[in-house]
Design a protein around this ligand. Structure first.
Ligand SMILES: Cc1cc2nc3c(=O)[nH]c(=O)nc-3n(C[C@H](O)[C@H](O)[C@H](O)COP(=O)(O)OP(=O)(O)OC[C@H]3O[C@@H](n4cnc5c(N)ncnc54)[C@H](O)[C@@H]3O)c2cc1C
Length: 380
């Protein structure tokens, strides 16, 4: 027997952090079906991040969305989570002598809207005692950095969504999208769905979903990034040390609950898929980390990879399609999708309902044209 057709005001495709945040916001005033192809929401990129809130990271639109997200992280709604979503974690960008120009450029851009500090070699050592002496000569410290409890944020949104009457369908891969005079019909592995508006929050698959809808391409490029956990060295006492990142993003190291999270900060182009770590990237990571830090990596406890999906200008794409009526993009979150989720979810919810950009986003310097579909420079 075939499944009955379900109807709603909005279908959201993808229950990662992007889909969960917009669905929770929309469900305050609309009926919403959230369709997820996996049995576990968060199985793809959302469950594989480094969990950092970095105000100085990313292009201007991302930085504004990050600033506008801070209030939600600090004061989520009653009952959203049991523990704080953020824990302080300084961010230290380090530069060797030959990377001085990259450091100057980053300080120049970041200091336009974030309080950052330049450090010399001894300042670096004070903040990051694992740094190999003589490796880096200067750096930039962002004291506004935080660790994010990603699972609590994601589960909080899914709980809020359900509490507001939203329907989450798992194992509901969207297979086709058909427009008609009343909106969209989506055939999924869990039955047929109908709604006037479809929100495409399908992560690395977003351009594929756009194709199903006959929308414009946004030129989305999924890029694989590898991460791994190693034991902290014997006698290590600085679990509060900053996440330490090469200024040209060639590696990073972050203390993480008694272990060290390492990444070669790779950006290998990939098709949308269940990304897996490549042994070569793991070896490159160990080599770069042991060059920059006093660390002997003998045992890797855990390793994984995830897809960070970017359009050409690295800003997200949040807005209605220029070609397919009632089809809304919520894509291209790149390496910033967790830290921007609270503001991006509210923005998308407002725009889907034909409302203006929320005032507080504008107060934080957010410019909607930076994230609109059809903007100049979207596809390379
Ligand atoms: C190693 C690494 C480190 C990172 N570190 C950080 C960080 O420190 N801070 C930060 O803010 N960000 C970080 N990111 C980026 C962040 O994780 C992403 O920007 C964010 O998770 C993207 O969320 P999403 O919901 O768009 O994608 P996803 O979590 O991938 O969700 C998309 C969902 O769509 C579903 N889907 C796809 N196709 C269909 C279909 N046809 N039908 C139904 N469902 C479908 C998928 O199953 C998936 O669940 C990192 C990423 C990686 C890989």
């Amino acid at each position: 027997m075939s499944e009955p057709t379900m109807t709603a005001d909005v279908i959201v495709i993808g229950a990662g952090i992007a889909g969960a945040s917009v669905a929770a916001n929309l469900s305050e005033s609309c009926t919403v079906i959230l369709a997820e192809m996996e049995s576990q929401p968060g199985y793809h990129t959302t469950g594989r991040s480094a969990a950092v809130f970095a105000p100085s990271y990313g292009p201007a639109g991302v930085r504004a969305l990050t600033r506008a997200s801070r209030a939600f992280f600090d004061t989520p709604p009653e009952g959203f989570c049991d523990a704080p979503l953020l824990t302080p974690r300084e961010i230290l960008m380090i530069a060797r002598d030959d990377q001085g120009a990259a450091l100057d450029a980053l300080i120049e851009t970041a200091s336009r809207d974030t309080a950052v500090e330049r450090l010399d070699a001894s300042g670096l050592q004070d903040h990051q005692p694992l740094l190999r002496s003589g490796y880096a000569s200067a750096g930039m410290l962002d004291r506004g950095g935080q660790d994010i409890d990603v699972a609590a944020l994601h589960q909080g949104y899914l709980r809020l969504f359900k509490k507001r009457g939203g329907t989450l369908l798992r194992n509901a891969e969207v297979l086709s999208l058909q427009p008609d005079s009343t909106g969209w019909t989506a055939d999924t592995k869990a039955g047929t769905l109908k709604a006037p508006v479809v929100v495409n929050a399908a992560g690395a698959w977003a351009d594929r979903i756009g194709e199903l809808a006959g929308a414009e391409t946004i030129g989305l490029k999924p890029k694989r990034r590898t991460a791994m956990m190693v034991p902290e060295p014997a006698g290590f006492t600085r679990r509060d040390a900053p996440i330490t990142i090469d200024i040209e993003e060639q590696f990073y190291l972050k203390p993480d609950a008694g272990r060290l999270l390492l990444s070669p900060a790779d950006e290998t182009p990939s098709d949308p898929c269940d990304a897996q770590p490549d042994e070569m990237d793991v070896a490159i990571c160990a080599d770069r980390i042991m060059t920059a830090f006093e660390l002997d990596i003998r045992r890797i406890e855990n390793k994984w990879a995830g897809l960070r999906s970017f359009v050409a200008d690295k800003e997200p794409v949040i807005g209605f399609s220029t070609q397919a009526e009632g089809f809304f993009w919520m894509a291209g979150q790149g390496g910033y999708g967790i830290q921007t989720a609270p503001a991006a979810g509210r923005l998308a919810s407002a725009l889907v309902q034909g409302k203006p950009v929320p005032d507080d986003l504008i107060d934080h310097g957010f410019d909607q044209t930076l994230v609109a579909s059809g903007r100049k420079g979207l596809a390379a």
